[in-house]
Design a protein around this ligand. Structure first.
Ligand code: SAM
Length: 241
C-alpha cells in the first residue's frame, strides 16, 4: 500500500484546521510547541512535559494531521516499510500508532508492537488499529529507555523521529541510544532509525556505533508546499552483529 492511499495528503489550510481541531487548547498547544526545545531541565521534567504535549497532540488529532501534510513522512514511511523483515517488529515511540498501523497493514504476516510512554497515545493507537482493520498490532505503554520489554527482542526495531526525545540530555543521542539498547537486542536484528534533520550536528554518525553493521544510509530533501520550506529526512538501517 502506498502511503497516500493510507493517509491522504492534507491540502487545506493548516492554521484553520489546527484551530478547528484544538479549539480552546490552541494557545496551550502553541506555547508548548514553542517550549519544546528549551524545556529540558532534567530527564524526569522533560518526560512529563513530552507526555502532556503528546496527549494534546493525539487527542486533538494534530499528530495525524501533521503526518498527513509532511512530505518527508511519506518518504520515510514507504522506505521503512520496505525494510521491515522477520516475524516481529517493534515501533519505539509510536505515538498514536498512525505509522505502526501503516506498516502492519503492509505486512500482515508480521506481529507489530508499538511502544509509547504516553498512555493517551497508546489508547488511541489501539482504537485506530481496530478501526483500520489491522489484526497484527498491539500497543504498550512503557518508557523505552528502561530497555526491559520483551519487545526489544523483535526481528525489526523501528524508531522514527523519536530518538531525540528518548535521550534529550545528550547531543550524540542516536549513538548513545543504540549503544544503550544493544544488550537487549538479539544478534541479526534489523534496526531502522529515521529522523528529520533540522541541523547537521544531529545527523547520524553510523560508522561510530559498536555492535552494529550499517546496511544503508540515505537522506532526502523534499519541498513542503503547505509549510513553504524544504524539509530533510534521513534513514539509517543497521544490523546487530
Ligand atoms: C515525535 S513523536 C514521533 C512519533 C512517531 N514515531 C511518528 O513518527 O509519528 C515521539 C514519540 O516518542 C514518545 N516518547 C518520547 N520519549 C519516550 C520514552 N522515553 N519512552 C517511550 N516513548 C517515548 C513520545 O511520547 C512521542 O509519542
Amino acid at each position: 500500500m502506498k502511503f497516500r492511499e493510507y493517509l491522504p495528503l492534507f491540502e487545506g489550510d493548516l492554521w484553520s484546521e489546527g484551530r478547528r481541531r484544538l479549539g480552546d487548547k490552541l494557545e496551550l498547544y502553541d506555547s508548548m510547541q514553542r517550549q519544546i526545545n528549551n524545556r529540558y531541565k532534567d530527564v524526569v521534567t522533560y518526560r512529563e512535559f513530552i507526555k502532556k504535549f503528546c496527549a494534546l497532540n493525539v487527542s486533538s488529532g494534530m499528530h495525524e494531521l501533521l503526518l498527513s501534510m509532511d512530505p518527508c513522512t511519506k518518504w520515510d514511511a514507504e522506505e521503512i516499510s520496505r525494510e521491515i523483515e522477520g516475524t516481529s517488529a517493534t515501533d519505539l515511540g509510536c505515538c498514536d500508532g498512525t505509522l505502526t498501523i501503516f506498516y502492519a497493514l503492509n505486512h500482515p504476516e508480521i506481529e507489530f508492537t508499538g511502544v509509547d510512554m504516553c498512555h493517551e497515545a497508546v489508547d488511541i493507537a489501539t482504537e485506530k488499529s481496530r478501526a483500520r482493520g489491522a489484526k497484527n498490532t498491539r500497543f504498550v505503554c512503557a518508557d523505552v529507555m528502561s530497555c526491559e520489554g520483551e519487545y526489544f527482542s523483535a526481528d525489526t526495531l523501528i524508531a522514527q523521529g523519536s530518538v531525540y526525545q528518548f535521550l534529550p540530555h545528550l547531543t550524540d543521542y542516536n549513538r548513545n541510544f543504540m549503544e544503550t539498547i544493544r544488550h537487549g537486542l538479539r544478534t541479526g536484528c534489523k534496526v531502522i532509525l529515521s529522523q528529520s534533520i533540522p541541523n547537521k550536528s544531529d545527523q547520524f554518525r553510523p560508522e561510530k556505533v559498536d555492535g552494529y553493521k550499517l546496511l544503508r544510509y540515505d537522506t532526502k530533501t523534499v519541498h513542503s508546499l503547505p509549510l513553504e520550506t524544504d524539509l530533510s529526512s534521513e534513514i539509517a538501517v543497521f544490523r546487530t552483529i
